[in-house]
Ligand binder design. Sequence first.
Ligand code: ATP
Length: 361
Amino acid sequence: MAVFKPENVEDFYEIGDVLGSGHFGQVRKVRELATGTYWAGKFLKIRKNSCSRLGLERSSVEREVEVLQTVQHPNIVALKDVFESRAELVLILEIVTGGELFDFIADKENLLESEAIEFMKQILEGLGFLHSKNIAHFDLKPENIMLSDKLSPNPNIKLIDFGLAHRFHQGEEFRSTSGTPQYIAPEVINSEPLSTAADMWSIGVITYILLSGLSPFQGDTDQETLRNIIALKYEFEAQNFSETSSMAKDFIEKLLVKDPSERMAAEDCLLHPWIKPITRKQEANRNRSSINMKNFKKFNARRKWKMSYNMVWVCNRLVHLQLLCKASSDPDSLQRQCESDSEDTESKPASLLRRRLSSSS
Ligand code: ATP
């Protein structure tokens, strides 16, 4: 069990600017008073009572902490410390200053497949390590793939946000319907027993987007997206994949497989010829092919817009729930909500709860 220090975080760290926001709190730059070193403090609100829909169950943060303590890898954000006060928990994390991988790529004029592969390799190495410890991330998406720093020309990948991660115990059957519609595997939607293979589906979706700038299953509403995933309804439209190598398409096809046991695992991916070419011809193909930058820039701009839209929506929803909670003696009547990929806020599926609300062993 992780040690949560009961001390005041401000006695040890100076709290600085906001680095990012999540559904249950903020991540801030913090400076360790003893050493002057900078870290990222993830401030998470904890539920005060059963009435409250605001904040997280302490147990879910305990799970996140336990996972982070188990995995020390150059491509996974490191955890240093945890502080606990009455209303919040503060995770002191390695600071990641390079921003999101997708933003870094969108700033470029063009990118060869071979350059994109260098990032994919690191993502797969981090993920492979996680999976070797029987842990699944369950929330892989562009927002959770960051870069170590802005200064180096080849920054390192850092996987972040282990809030939905789960460590499998032997013989355990685990189901969860949490996640973000665009990236979730069919078995998540179908509420079937899950494994680390669910992450590999997300890798397939992320790779498809990275190469084409299109999201393979995206519908006009979340329901449509989920239907497309279940029906495995996606294609490589010639006009969007004209610059893509056939090896890259094969790589994606071997991940977007409905049966989780048939999907490539992270270690299989690292041996796939798109990642690790065997012949000169394969190597040359990767250097000739490039990502569809025009589409990619559009996808990323739209994604950023939706992220800010969703944050405003979540804030408004929280205020609304807070008011309702005060007024209601029956807190269970309050509807739980989830993050949506679609702009249609009226059509959020109540069955797909965004965060740590519906996992069950
Ligand atoms: P969500 O509800 O979206 O899953 P969360 O509450 O679990 O979020 P994170 O996703 O871990 O929080 O962090 C929120 C944001 O804070 C990230 O998108 C990122 O911009 C920033 N962030 C998180 N961890 C770090 C870090 N170690 N260094 C720098 N910035 C970070």
